[in-house]
Design a protein around this ligand. Structure first.
Ligand code: A3P
Length: 285
């Protein structure tokens, strides 16, 4: 007796949680959130909602890849899952751990002019320490770092640049990038110019779509400039939003002589970064 073949109903694509195929590794305060939200305008992109800190925090890393996967959004086959945790860039163990997960993962590194980034970092630290008003100074207590003027933190009393100050240290991009380049080929890291992303996101996103192997989908229709915020806001069929007020903060005025001094200090460091990436980003000197 001939067996009758049972015809199967066509398979419905089922969403699943997948490990990220692309990571935004940093740099903090360079537009990492803006970049993730902008990429999420693309129909083939899914994003992890928060910063997962899997590779940089030992207690999370110890939970293993299945834990990491559980933090990922549902995605369909062919979609790209992206996660961003800016501290990945500066944490020594991370490049090797990322490679162990997926040696062909695509890495996005967004940078800004380093002095602007340092001031942005200071502004964030200060706002966290002093949510609404300047810190109350209790008699006999030292002034907390975040309540000091940027100039006093970035420049030591002897007039030298205080490279131990975190916002300055993190702007020394070459000091961290070289570790990544010991583990990943240069072509696997796309350096995104965060200052250009602020000015005009579409051309930057085109480059990124290409790098991620995505069809060009994000265009002018997805952005409008919000005069009050002073930044582009995002829209597609399901979204119409500006980034939160913690993104695009007003920076305090910094003594121009200090800015000039810092810019001068960064010249040689920026050059080392340009040498590593094989591109001159033209930051002011
Ligand atoms: P400022 O708040 O100092 O201006 P991150 O998300 O990595 O913390 O970066 C924050 C920075 O993203 C902001 O720093 C802001 O300059 C930048 N940014 C880029 N595009 C933006 C946008 N469309 N809206 C708001 N901020 C944006």
């Amino acid at each position: 007796m001939a067996l009758r073949k049972r015809s199967r109903p066509p398979r419905q694509p089922r969403p699943a949680r997948r490990l990220p195929q692309a990571l935004i590794i940093g740099v903090r305060k360079c537009g990492t959130r803006a970049l993730l939200e902008m990429l999420y305008l693309h129909p083939m992109v899914q994003k992890a909602s928060g910063e997962v800190h899997f590779f940089d925090r030992d207690e999370n890393y110890a939970l293993g890849l299945e834990w990491y996967r559980s933090k990922m959004p549902l995605s369909f086959k062919g979609q790209i899952t992206i996660e961003k945790s800016p501290s990945y860039f500066v944490t020594p163990e991370v490049p090797e751990r990322v490679r162990a997960m997926n040696s062909s993962v695509r890495l996005l590194l967004i940078v800004r002019e380093p002095v602007t980034r340092a001031i942005s970092d200071y502004t964030q630290l200060r706002s966290r320490a002093t949510p609404s008003a300047p810190a109350l100074q209790l008699p006999g207590h030292p002034v907390p770092d975040a309540a000091k003027p940027f100039e006093h933190l970035a420049i030591s009393p002897d007039g030298s640049i205080n490279i131990a100050y975190r916002p300055i240290a993190i702007s020394l991009y070459h000091a961290y990038l070289h570790r990544w380049l010991e583990v990943f080929p240069r072509e696997q890291i796309l350096v995104v110019n965060g200052d250009l992303l602020i000015e005009d996101p579409v051309p930057q996103l085109r480059r990124i779509e290409k790098f991620l192997g995505l069809e060009h989908k994000i265009g002018r229709k997805n952005f409008y400039f919000n005069e009050t915020k002073g930044f582009y806001c995002l829209r597609n069929d399901t979204t119409d939003k500006c980034l939160r007020e913690t993104k695009g903060r007003k920076h305090p005025r910094v003594d121009p002589a200090v800015v000039t001094k810092l810019r001068k200090f960064f010249i040689q460091h920026n050059q080392r970064f340009y040498d590593l990436i094989g591109e001159d980003l033209g930051w002011p000197e």
